[in-house]
Design a protein around this ligand. Structure first.
Ligand code: ARG
Length: 395
């Protein structure tokens, strides 16, 4: 009796995998696992319904709150973006892999399967995690990659086997959604000269269509983590609320050429209204509370953190070392930022903190607290070495 556990989204790739695992890989039992990381409720219900028909057993694992507090909040502290992408898909992968591995152990499976293709990043993220944490306990199978299937072949196979194909199967887009963002690839987006058509967006209105009047949101942080937004304190609700509000103002659309792990360049479109708003607010508060040297080193640490996450190396010990640095800087990142949402932009317009390093009395032109005369000596020495070099090196 052989048993395989499949990371299941309910989409075409993973639905086709169920049957392939029986037919081409000879597993007797296929057990599906869908991890709830805040994708639309209907998507999860559809996955459950399809799994009832196609799989031998199904598990839905609720990980929404864990996703927000253990993954998204760390991303906020690290100002995490990769080439402008707030890492929504990447952040969820290790968590999904963890949940799938848990179920595989519970049901005493022989193998773990995923529906990733051989071109993308997700195969690296899933397998790096599973190999590190599952060791040799489970065989890892990737049928779509293994059989080198195209989308058309998958559709034909699904029709032949009576596998329900998604209602939007004509839609050429590959979409991945969780609470931190929505990733859209494929179709006309593959032509980088073409502007993304309006139909690819679901969470955001077009900035041109957004309300003429700006709206503000007030974000309160403690130790670099958002603890309330306009009085809402529940972490999951905070992200939901900002996705709605900022989305209505066209905030969070991203259209980039991205360097994938294997080196392929790809055209990626994202919607991440909450992520972009919170990242802007967090950066504004760090600018107020951290020293310039802290900011400078931290920005390099932030890049390292983001790169590890993008590459699916969540469990690399380096992430924890980098986080130790990041966390030690965040103890002063407390306070409130007001962000104005307007026609595609999220702009911090007010910031305050009990740990602010900003001193209005020192900087103000109208104040005498700062004795300007002390600057004279500093100015005299500024550029001293450069002056020497220019003189000595004259031909
Ligand atoms: N390029 C993004 C990433 O690597 C998004 C991937 C989207 N995945 C998907 N299966 N559509 O994180």
């Amino acid at each position: 009796m052989s048993r395989v556990v499949l990371a299941y989204s309910g989409g075409l790739d993973t639905s086709v995998c169920i049957e392939l695992l029986r037919e081409k890989y000879d597993y007797d039992e296929v057990i599906t696992v869908t991890t709830d990381v805040g994708q639309p409720r209907e998507e999860i219900e559809e996955a459950e319904e399809k799994a009832r028909k196609l799989a031998d057993e199904h598990h839905t694992v609720d990980a929404v709150e864990e996703f927000v507090t253990e993954y998204c909040w760390r991303a906020v502290k690290a100002n995490a973006t990769y080439e402008g992408y707030p890492l929504s898909t990447a952040l969820a992968r290790p968590l999904i892999a963890e949940k799938v591995l848990q179920v595989a152990r519970e049901v005493d499976a022989d193998a773990i399967a995923h529906g990733c293709t051989g071109k993308g990043n997700d195969q690296f993220r899933f397998e790096a995690y599973l190999k590190a944490h599952g060791g040799d306990e489970f065989e890892i199978v990737a049928p779509v990659r293994d059989l080198n299937l195209t989308r058309e072949e998958e559709i034909a196979y699904a029709k032949e086997k009576g596998i329900p194909v998604p209602v939007d199967v004509d839609s050429p887009y590959s979409i991945d959604e969780n609470l931190w963002g929505r990733s859209i690839e494929g179709g006309v987006l593959e032509d980088p000269t073409r502007k993304p058509p309006e139909e690819v967006f679901e969470w955001t209105v077009s900035p041109e269509e957004a309300p003429e009047e700006p709206e503000t949101v007030e974000v309160e942080f403690e130790d670099g983590v958002p603890i309330s937004v306009d009085g809402e304190e529940d972490p999951v609700r905070i992200v939901e609320l900002l996705n709605e509000k900022a989305g209505e103002h066209g905030v969070g659309r991203i259209d980039i050429i991205e360097d994938r792990i294997i080196g392929l360049k790809s055209r990626e479109v994202y919607e991440a209204p909450a992520a972009i708003t919170l990242l802007e607010a967090h950066r504004a508060l760090e600018a107020l509370t951290l020293t310039r040297r802290e900011l400078s080193l931290k920005s390099r640490m932030d890049d390292t953190w983001s790169e590890l996450v993008y590459q699916g190396l969540w469990f690399d010990p380096l992430r924890e070392h980098v986080e130790a640095f990041i966390d030690s800087t965040q103890s002063v990142v407390d306070g409130t930022v007001v962000v104005e949402l307007h026609r595609g932009r999220a702009v911090p317009v007010s910031r305050e903190s009990p740990n602010s390093l900003y001193d209005e009395e020192l900087i103000s032109y109208g104040e005498k607290k700062f004795d300007q005369r002390v600057a004279e000596g500093a100015v005299e020495l500024h550029g001293f070495q450069e002056r020497l070099a220019i003189r000595k090196r004259k031909p």
